[in-house]
Write a protein of this length. Structure first.
Length: 276
């Protein structure tokens, strides 16, 4: 009850003094507090708060996504192109065999070939996904957007599926986050339905990758495990009070990584495991 009173006081203050929002978001726990007072803010104040929160979330997401991890397969090629990695031993060997061709002609390097893959993020927005959990979902969505840039989709699900970004839609991370925060939390959890919709978005790609975020077991629709196996890699990030072993089965069937987040500091590592 004391917690509710604390959030109410902050929301009341910001409704009266919206010009203080930039200062509010400089505080360390601002995103968690924002998630709890979201419904208490006036519409115009909420719209301004969402824009500031989105900028902060995108900044955090960039720090996660820009970790030096590079996607694609390495292929040995003659010569050198931007971003390639020189294979020193083979280059020296070829230069020794034919020095008259010069150094550049004898270079051998590893070039990273872009895979024809697509990624679909699916996050639970049932009633229990409130407060900090929805902020962590937003950070994850922004990190996916920053990393993949294209060929990714974002879906939200409860007892129905909402498309926040279609696979071929050109939409920036800020617009995706604004759509996310505009969603109303709703009823049950139909995991099978969102997996089926997710597969339709990535169907034309050679490698079909997915990530599902949820804080509960499926309680509506059919068995999602039958659909999970159709992904090349299906990662799962779970939050309390989900039954850890039950939702882990999704990642096992989907040949993906599983993370269970009990503290907000664990989200960056969980996202990076999914990107890898």
């Amino acid at each position: 009850m004391a917690h509710c009173s604390y959030f109410y006081r902050i929301a009341t203050f910001l409704n009266i003094h919206p010009e203080k929002l930039p200062l509010f978001f400089e505080k360390q726990d601002s995103l968690e507090v924002f998630a709890n007072i979201f419904g208490m803010l006036k519409r115009d104040v909420r719209a301004l708060a969402v824009k500031i929160a989105c900028r902060l979330i995108i900044k955090i997401a960039k720090q996660i996504a820009d970790t030096g991890y590079r996607s694609g397969q390495l292929k040995l090629v003659r010569g050198f192109t931007d971003g390639a990695e020189i294979e020193l031993d083979q280059s020296l060997e070829k230069y020794t065999e034919a020095p008259e061709r010069g150094i550049l002609e004898n270079l051998v390097s590893y070039s990273r070939q872009r895979e024809k893959k697509a990624f679909v993020m699916m996050f639970d927005h049932s009633y229990s996904m409130k407060g900090l959990k929805i902020v962590l979902a937003a950070i994850t969505a922004a990190s996916i957007a920053q990393h993949f840039k294209r060929d990714y989709a974002v879906l939200a699900f409860c007892n129905r599926v909402s498309v926040l970004k279609a696979i071929d839609e050109k939409t920036g991370p800020e617009e995706i986050l604004e759509r996310l925060f505009a969603l109303e939390l709703c009823g049950d959890t139909d995991v099978r339905a969102v997996l089926e919709v997710g597969l339709k978005h990535v169907d034309k790609f050679e490698r079909k990758m997915g990530l599902i975020l949820t804080d509960g077991a499926w309680n509506r629709g059919g068995d999602p495990l039958e659909v999970a196996v159709r992904f090349d890699k299906l990662n799962v990030i779970g939050f309390p009070p989900a039954k850890k072993e039950k939702i882990r089965r999704l990642s096992l069937r989907g040949k993906g990584n599983f993370s269970f987040i009990e503290d907000e500091s664990e989200i960056a590592g969980a996202i990076l495991r999914c990107l890898n």
